[in-house]
Ligand binder design. Sequence first.
Ligand code: MCF
Ligand code: FE
Length: 406
Amino acid sequence: MRILNPNYIYINGDFKENIAVAFNSKIESIDNIEKLKEKYQDVEVIDCGKNSVLYPGFINTHVHLEFSANRTTLKYGNFMRWLYSVIDNRDELLNRCDNAMMQRACEDMLSSGITTFGAISSFGTELEVCEKTPQKVIFFNELIGSNMAYIDALYNDFLVRVKASKEAIENGIIPAIAMHSPYSVHPVALKRALEVAKANNMPISAHFLESPEEREWFEDGSGEFLEFFKKYFNTTQPMTTIDEFLSYFDNTPTHFTHLTQAKEKELKYISKNGHSIAHCPRSNRFLGCGKLDLEKVQELDILFSVATDGLSSNSSLNIFDELYSAIMIHNGEDLIKLSKLLISSVTTQPAKIFNLNSGEIEEGRDADFAIIKLADTPSSLNDIALYTILHTKKVNSLFISGEQII
Ligand code: MCF
Ligand code: FE
């Protein structure tokens, strides 16, 4: 048993003073330091230092580790430009991305306080790194493939990867499934994969309504996606519609990534069916995709996470960089309220979405903690979320299931 004694603590969506936490691998007790010392005598008390803030470990629900080699290879600025550059450079990028590089990506996430992440795995090559990293990993095996001629082979390969991730549960892996997107997964394969997810009670994720081009393709069957499909697949018609794609997920709450091009109608449907959203503001900006309607998302009580996406469409996997950018991008929102909402989007909200026993400082939860230090005394408790986002790049210490990592 140990006790963490911070200046401030993020608890029940607010910041409080004079609260300490006793923990083993799980949180045992939350009370003021005197009471905890009395209750647990002779235990180590870790004083977190002046102006310290204790947060639950942060959760980054959406990252592509396999694309970590990208810096100046992929083309940013416009979604189709990016997509063509992925197709042209994918093999070379994947070859350059070895275990050491992916491990460094995990370490970068650790240094910004990420104790759990969702790995979107296109090929399964990051499984070993994800098993070794101290973080907990929701391992989203991605299904992709629109050509019926290859669907069986792709689907079988997908099943092999799902099986490998199921065998890694004892190493901190939570097996999960990702449908790449409505334009790239054949509905026949998608329905089969959804049955697998349902039977195994696995989390599900899908990129959806990311770019204006994607919306145009589904609404009118025209635009740059038409050229793309003619060129690579010799097809001229979308395989599904926006509404039909959504309806496939009716009984399986799904974490939809991006939704920058979603309208009120789709967001209402998402809310009604208990789905959630991964919001990747920098990725959306860099690929010219627009921004999520955060006001509507809040109005409709949709749970959302802020996530980094991969280095394939971002400049870092630092969650503080992402939160900072979210503040700048959503410039119409009240700054203080938005900052607090953003902290919940990397803690309590993703924990709720994926039913994780972390993301909240509460007795019985996993002892996953991120501790940061403000440079100075905060002017008010209510502004701590903003000060944290504005001035933090790295955490001072980090615990995962009670073990000190940093
Ligand atoms: O989230 C971003 C942008 N949207 C879609 N896909 C990806 C992103 N970053 C990496 N990807 C991957 C995706 O998982 O790109 C690959 C897929 O395996 C090719 S998309 C034709
Ligand atoms: Fe992504």
